[in-house]
Ligand binder design. Structure first.
Ligand SMILES: Cc1ncc(COP(=O)(O)O)c(C=O)c1O
Length: 403
């Protein structure tokens, strides 16, 4: 048995729908392939679902961040506080605008940016804070909102991996001046290609992003360029496809969450054997990825691989250690928790196409690995919240909600 990390058959059930969507858009007499009615309807569906003032589709999650930062007026001389652990766009988008990413360390367990660190890094040059939700936990948005408000900073919520997550009743993407989503194939609401979205309650920000995504035009008068913009438009076929897939999203997210609940119940007793699951529960969670922490991470990865379970190391280096971003990192500074996350985290499959037997097999393999370790009195990463789920030996069955 080989269990792939990402579902290779992610659109298998929708293949006919996708082909029919291509046919429909391709044969429409309007011959509109970007930013047409399907995009407008998809924007409206997302906007209504999130209860936001505006949603603007764009070319990718990365360019969604770029458009928002540009609309916020971020540029040379400005600082943007970003997590030290995360994906390259968190820093590259800032650098590409001539601003400086200031790297904040993360929580050792949840791996999301530490709000105290963010607060301590605010200077007179800071213009924005850009937290990112991680593996599998949303950033502490209430505290980060407080920091942004106290210092008069923009708050950009990178929700690229967290679509469908909720914290204190508020959806991911709705906590900042703007939130961004990514629709790249593997994301929770991935599509058959690339795409992104900006979510905001600020109509001026929405308008600016809408202009910036299409060369600074206002959508009414062609070839009138109000601002220097980008080409970050959205595809009609993909918008139509996403509209058709949208009703199935809650079911797919629920399936991910059920798998994560099961893993966490199985893995919580492994802490004393050096394998730590994410904090339990559904509050403020997003299960794009399910990441374990282990001092023997590479051994765990080999052990799983030998049993046919694919896994992923996100990310092997903290952002400020990357050659591209090291010149922007404070000299002599360390990010010990980001370094630890890079050395210790391992993501295991959590996609909704896993069968119950595969989920149980993955959990069994992780437990078998942990059994090869001697128990320790203390976990090497002290949990910052006490797990509340009792371990269970119940099989992962009768929970089918695959779509
Ligand atoms: C946290 C985060 N932000 C931004 C992005 C960028 O999204 P995209 O790949 O659509 O450009 C990603 C993509 O992996 C991501 O994980």
């Amino acid at each position: 048995m080989t269990v792939p990390f990402f579902a290779p058959d992610v659109f298998a059930g929708d293949r006919d729908v996708l082909i029919e969507t291509v046919r429909r858009v391709a044969t429409d007499p309007a011959q509109r392939f970007i930013l047409g009615d399907h995009c407008a309807r998809f924007e409206e569906a997302l906007r209504a679902d999130l209860g936001a003032v505006d949603v603007v589709l764009c070319g990718s999650g990365t360019s969604a961040i770029t458009l928002v930062l540009t609309a916020m007026g971020i540029g040379p001389g400005d600082e943007v506080v970003v997590p030290a652990f995360g994906c390259a766009p968190l820093a590259s988008t800032v650098v590409n605008l001539g601003a400086v990413p200031v790297f904040a360390d993360v929580d050792p367990w949840t791996m999301v940016v530490d709000p105290d660190e963010v607060e301590s890094l605010v200077t007179a040059r800071t213009r924005a804070i850009m937290p990112a939700h991680m593996f599998s936990v949303m950033a502490d948005m209430p505290r980060l909102r407080g920091t942004a408000a106290r210092h008069g900073l923009h708050l950009l919520e990178d929700s690229a991996v967290a679509q469908g997550g909720r914290l204190a009743g508020r959806p991911a993407g709705r906590w900042g001046d703007a939130g961004v989503f990514s629709f790249v194939q593997v994301k929770t609401f991935g599509t058959a290609g690339e795409g992104g979205a900006v979510v905001t309650d600020d109509p001026d920000l929405g308008r600016a992003v809408r202009m910036l995504r299409n060369h600074g035009q206002d959508g009414k008068t062609r070839f009138l360029h109000h601002r220097i913009g980008h080409n970050s438009r959205f595809d009609e076929v993909l918008a139509a496809f996403q509209l058709l897939r949208m009703p199935g999203l809650p079911g797919r997210l629920e399936r991910r969450a059920q798998i994560a609940d099961y893993y966490t119940a199985r893995f919580t007793p492994l802490v004393e054997h050096g394998v730590q699951p994410p904090p339990p529960g559904r509050e403020g969670r997003c299960f794009y990825v399910y990441a374990l922490l282990s001092d023997r991470r590479d051994g765990l990865r080999r052990f799983l691989s030998a049993r046919g379970v694919d896994s992923h190391v996100y990310y092997p280096q903290p952002l400020p250690h990357q050659p591209a971003f090291a010149p922007y990192a404070a000299a002599g500074r360390r990010w010990p928790h980001a370094e630890s996350a890079c050395a210790r985290s391992l993501a295991i499959p959590v996609h909704p196409h896993l069968s119950d037997a595969q989920v149980e097999g993955i959990a069994d393999a992780v437990c078998a690995f942990a059994a090869t370790a001697k128990p320790t009195a203390e976990p090497s990463t002290e949990p910052t919240a006490k797990p509340s789920i009792e371990p269970t030996a119940e099989p992962f069955t009768d929970r089918k909600q695959r779509t």
